[in-house]
Design a protein around this ligand. Structure first.
Ligand SMILES: [Zn+2]
Length: 132
């Protein structure tokens, strides 16, 4: 999956701005390309979990529909752990068609990784990301 450099930078910036709490947001896409990043509020306000504020989610999905985008990816940050889905992340992965992007602020860890998550089976499949 290709990630535009500007979007990559924006996710890392958002993660740093919300630290020590987790940040979260949605990415709209067209034809398999990621096109627009939408920041959302983490209604949990927590360093351990995220929950997209439902009003934010509704507003963002409406904006995506208006601009002919679909929900392509969901991102959030891990401020103290690697960029790998936690059990909580799997439990909350309600969108099988969305790519789950995780930012890690931990030094020495890969700063951004992407996964397809099957909530029911708990299957996690990593997909390679190309930032350009
Ligand atoms: Zn997580």
């Amino acid at each position: 999956m290709r990630i535009p450099k500007q979007m990559y930078d924006e996710m890392l910036e958002h993660a740093r701005a919300e630290a020590p709490n987790e940040c979260c947001g949605l990415i709209g896409g067209r034809d398999g390309e990621l096109t627009t990043l939408y920041r959302a509020q983490n209604s949990e306000g927590s360093p351990l979990r995220y929950n997209l504020d439902p009003r934010d989610q509704f507003r963002i999905v409406s904006e995506m529909e208006e601009s002919g985008e679909e929900l392509a990816a969901i991102y959030h940050s891990h401020t103290h752990s690697p960029a790998y889905p936690s059990q909580t992340d799997v439990n909350l992965a309600f969108y099988p068609d969305a790519l789950y992007l995780i930012v890690s602020l931990v030094e020495g860890e890969e700063p951004l990784r992407g996964f397809w998550i099957e909530r029911d089976s708990g299957k996690i499949e990593e997909t390679g990301l190309v930032v350009e």
